[in-house]
Ligand binder design. Structure first.
Ligand code: ADP
Ligand code: G6P
Length: 454
């Protein structure tokens, strides 16, 4: 088999412009051992967005990052990627706000990024493109004469066909996606949804190879970080207050209001629990220029205030709500201190927080994961208590069960999930995907045909 040269990662986020989020943290962990170039946005908004690639190294990784003009970024990132694709792919058509200008801006940034990447490429590079910001990137590259093998991985769910059909310009986007050589999805359901949509809407187009590649974590590294002396001790070590922890970007897909309402129900139904437990919600602000995110912030602070006003007193607060991003060495020991990890998105590609929570637990005295059955991770983490995040009664019941679960059952559930984390870790994810992409490179000499589009 032909051995590839560098792996070239293309993503909107780069280590130059990191945010809380699965893409950046997952990729950074995956690339430690690979000689790679990582290309994307540098986090800067500048009018003279022209031809300015900034290069820097971190370990074996070279980062090549470009600025974007405020207007281009607004149309591409806030407008089409996060105003149309993100809500629609998460089945929130009610939050979708389409405009032709945003769509044109999205295509234009994809074309611009392809042009900026082109001179940096070497013949034997394997190009691996990430996430919904870059659906048309392969088509743009092919039309500019870039011939290297190019794979794509979607970190978020793919919508079922009945929902996907409501996305304006979806047919053009499908054609563009089919210019990749390999399309990777988090779950088999996502992969099937994509293939079925193509069959239904674009029967004339050749669909490239597709596969399910559930993203993982580095369980041993996370365990080691979690074992360290905590920077912050949230709850008494004697467990006189049992901690429930939730960590999510402040995003409407994460089911935060539903979670707060279920917690309020638990407090209402079980006064005997008052003073014995506490929910800590850590939620760093995200995409604050998109109106739906601003609305969510207001809704949540309102709900948090209601819970505190109704149930809190001078000695005990039932809820701590923190809109902050924390460093991983701070976060991991917090997971370990918690008796319950509450991860209840309404819909999620994978959800790395669920896996991080499990990895961080003390094997001798582990906490319990309460997980939405609509997170990709639910297909793998069968030791979790699976819940419907739309059902407050079911969630309250699961929290109660988790808080009082006997030691032997906690250990048994944890061991099943730990085995899954180890069998499907981030290194395995990288190796499997790149092996499949490289195998295509070795066997198929013809390039996917350039497709229509801008
Ligand atoms: P998403 O990618 O949609 O944000 P994931 O759960 O897959 O959801 O990934 C979130 C990543 O961001 C995890 O690695 C998590 O540790 C990190 N993260 C989330 N919230 C915080 C926070 N408050 N501080 C630091 N990291 C966070
Ligand atoms: C999700 C997306 C990523 C994104 C991350 C953080 O994980 O799949 O592509 O990077 O959220 O969002 P942001 O908009 O800050 O990059």
């Amino acid at each position: 088999m032909k051995k590839h040269g560098r792996v070239v990662i293309v993503a909107n986020r780069t280590p130059a412009a990191k945010s809380a989020g699965g893409l950046a943290s997952g990729l950074l962990d995956a690339l430690r051992r690979e000689r790679s170039l990582w290309f994307g946005w540098n986090g800067e908004l500048r009018e003279d967005d022209g031809n300015c690639v900034q290069l820097f190294s971190c370990d074996r990784l070279t980062v090549a990052a470009i600025p974007l003009s405020p207007e281009a970024h607004n149309r591409y990132y806030n407008g089409f990627a996060n105003g149309v694709l993100w809500p629609a792919f998460h089945h929130r058509l009610d939050l979708m706000r389409f405009s032709d200008d945003d769509y044109t801006g999205y295509l234009e940034v994809n074309r611009h990024m392809a042009a900026q990447l082109r001179p940096l490429l070497q013949d034997d590079d394997l190009i691996w493109v990430h996430d919904y910001h870059l659906l048309p990137f392969a088509g743009m590259c092919r039309r500019q004469g870039i011939r290297q093998r190019m794979g794509f991985f979607l970190h978020i769910p793919f919508p079922v066909p009945s929902v996907a059909q409501a996305i304006p310009r979806i047919d053009e986007l499908l054609d563009e996606m089919c210019a990749y050589d390999l399309l990777g999805f988090q779950t088999e359901d996502d992969r099937k949804a994509f293939v079925n949509l193509c069959r239904e809407r674009r029967p004339q187009i050749r669909v490239p190879n597709t596969g399910g590649y559930p993203i993982g974590v580095d369980p041993l590294a996370l365990q080691a970080e979690a074992e360290a002396e905590p920077v912050v001790q949230l709850w008494p070590r004697d467990r006189s207050i049992r901690g429930i922890i939730s960590v999510d970007r402040l995003d409407y897909t994460k089911g935060l209001p539903e979670r707060f309402k279920a917690y309020a129900l638990l407090l209402e139904q079980h006064p005997e629990l008052h003073g014995t437990m506490q929910l800590v919600q850590i939620a760093p602000p995200s995409r604050t220029d998109v109106p739906a995110y601003v609305d969510l912030h207001h809704e949540l602070t309102g709900l948090a205030g209601e819970i505190l006003g109704k149930y809190g007193d001078l000695e005990w607060q039932p809820l701590v709500y923190v809109e902050r991003q924390l460093d991983r060495p701070v976060l991991m020991p917090l997971y370990r201190q918690a008796r319950v990890g509450l991860v209840t998105p309404l819909r999620d590609g994978m959800n790395l927080v669920a896996k991080e929570f499990v990895a961080a637990q003390d094997p001798a005295d582990p906490g319990v994961l309460v997980l939405s059955r609509f997170a990709g991770a639910a297909c793998q983490l069968d030791g979790a208590l699976l819940v419907n995040p739309h059902d407050p009664g079911e969630m309250a019941q699961a929290m109660l069960q988790a808080l009082s679960m006997p030691h032997a059952e906690r250990v048994a559930r944890y061991r099943r999930m730990w085995a899954v984390l180890c069998a499907s870790d981030i290194e395995g994810w990288r190796v499997r995907y790149l092996k499949d992409l490289e195998a295509l490179a070795a066997t198929e000499e013809t390039l996917a045909p350039a497709t229509a589009g801008a």
